[in-house]
Write a protein that binds this ligand. Structure first.
Ligand SMILES: [Ca+2]
Length: 148
């Protein structure tokens, strides 16, 4: 059995909407290149939810994969959802949950049917920490993209 490896075309985000966070650094530019030493840092708010940050994409023709390189420095009972906005059912759909880690990890999340997730070329990824936050916890995002 062979393993098919396809190259992906990546779309990075145009902007970020910071609805809930205790503070950020680096901005969307930190997420547009992988392993470049520039990072978008999102601090957890001492609130529930603790992080609600949306990455806004435009001119997206298709989506097969969500690509995220991130390091969540949290605690074992904390988690950050990686969500994609579902325009059909008007809800966030969760594709993965980031748990506290030791270093940056790369995630390639399959999106089998993209019809619900693109509207006029627009798409949105949300990073969402559901539980109450702790101010010392930080989410470091090196790269985030939609691929096809
Ligand atoms: Ca980066």
């Amino acid at each position: 059995m062979s393993y098919l490896r396809k190259s992906l075309t990546h779309h990075t985000a145009d902007s970020v909407t910071e609805t809930v966070t205790d503070g950020t650094a680096g901005g969307v530019a930190g997420t547009q290149t992988l392993l470049d030493g520039t990072i978008y840092q999102i601090e957890e708010d001492n609130a529930q939810p603790a992080i609600d940050v949306e990455f806004v994409f435009s001119s997206v023709p298709k989506i097969s994969t969500i690509i995220v390189a991130a390091y969540y420095l949290g605690a074992t009972s904390h988690a950050v959802r990686i969500n994609l906005w579902n325009y059909t059912d008007t809800q966030w759909d969760t594709f993965h949950t980031l748990m506290t880690g030791l270093d940056y990890e790369q995630h390639f999340l399959s999106v089998p049917d993209d019809t619900k997730y693109i509207s006029g070329g627009a798409a949105k990824i949300q990073l969402y920490h559901t539980e109450n936050g702790i101010a010392s916890h930080v989410l470091y995002v090196d790269y985030i993209a939609l691929g096809y």
